[in-house]
Design a protein around this ligand. Structure first.
Ligand code: FMN
Length: 303
């Protein structure tokens, strides 16, 4: 059998492999390039950037757990102007297409970041909707109206493909995905971290300074898989980037069978920065063993 094709698409974004390095787990991408083989990925997503610098939360901001990890970093970033000046010029020539990640407290902030970010060497923008909405209540990603407002405004402001990064904490992720797609999102990323917490019983205090944070890694895979199925059931035409707890090629195949067009790797990078190449090889071998010549034939077969 000839080598299986692993190329795929996320809406109008063509990907040479289905693997996407997830935002916040590979730094700005630039420093990560030195410790990994970025050619294993279809794209790599930069850390989320806001309109003005965000200092992040006080330590401790990360805490390992029995399975996976907790983080409450507070999306520390230098702000879009410094990002454009310092990171922007270094994004070309990394051997992978870069997806910029925009975050904000208001619709205007998201638009400001996206417009500026689109002038850098990026192939798409992922809108990180897991941020408190200062104009309403809770995270943007919990509310279909707030999600539609942000995605619609960013869609109008830029011409590059736009992804909407959703939260597994939403009551109805399918409804949020439909709102994002109808407002112009080219794909939805499913999903960000799950709310979680841990207590240090010696200090009698939460392990994270914020108390509650984002739970990620191997233990959230079934939650993310459930979200992918919900989006698929809500509208099977919406392109999905599935992620949460991926560690092996088989995990990635599982997400694709649930309906994902591409698969993200996040927390696993902290344990093994080179994991992308291993996951890709495992996917290739799985396809060969099961005589699958094109990975796209597997999208949604189990949905
Ligand atoms: C330390 C850390 C920082 C993160 N920072 C961001 C971020 O800046 N923007 C974002 O959209 N997601 C961020 N995420 C979420 C990941 O991109 C991913 O959606 C989540 O961790 C689930 O995937 P995983 O289980 O493979 O890690 C972060 C995750 C971790 C663990």
């Amino acid at each position: 059998m000839t080598k299986p094709s692993l190329a795929t698409t996320l809406g109008s974004l063509a990907l040479r492999t289905p693997l996407i390095a997830a935002s916040g787990t590979i730094g700005s991408v630039v420093e990560f390039a030195a410790v990994t083989d970025l050619t294993a990925y279809g794209c790599a997503t930069a850390k989320s950037v806001s309109a003005v610098p965000w200092p992040g939360r006080a330590a401790p901001r990360v805490a390992p757990t029995e399975a996976g990890m907790l983080n409450a970093i507070g999306i520390q970033n230098p702000g879009i102007d410094a990002w454009l000046a310092e990171i922007g010029p270094r994004l070309g020539g990394l051997g992978v297409g870069i997806i910029g990640s925009a975050v904000g407290y208001t619709i205007e902030e998201y638009v400001t970041v996206a417009v500026a970010m689109a002038s850098a060497d990026i192939v798409a923008i992922e809108v990180n909707l897991s941020c408190p909405n200062l104009e309403g209540k809770g995270m943007f990603a919990l509310d279909p109206i707030a999600t539609a407002a942000v995605i619609g405004a960013v869609r109008k402001a830029v011409t590059v493909p736009v992804g909407a990064k959703l939260s597994p904490n939403a009551i109805d992720v399918g409804e949020i995905a439909v709102a994002a797609a109808e407002s112009g999102a080219d794909w939805v990323t499913v999903a960000n971290t799950v709310w979680g917490a841990a207590i240090d019983i010696e200090r009698r205090a939460p392990r994270l300074s914020a108390g509650i944070g984002g739970y990620s890694g191997v233990a959230i895979k079934p939650i993310a898989m459930r979200c992918v199925l919900e989006v698929r059931q809500a509208d099977p035409t919406i392109p999905i980037l599935g992620l949460g707890g991926v560690q092996t090629g088989e995990d990635a195949i599982e997400f694709i069978m649930a309906g994902a067009h591409a698969v993200g790797i996040g927390t696993a990078h902290f344990g093994s920065p080179k994991i992308g190449r291993r996951v890709l090889t495992q996917m290739e071998r799985w396809c060969e063993r099961h005589e699958v010549s094109d990975v796209r034939d597997l999208i949604g077969v189990a949905a």
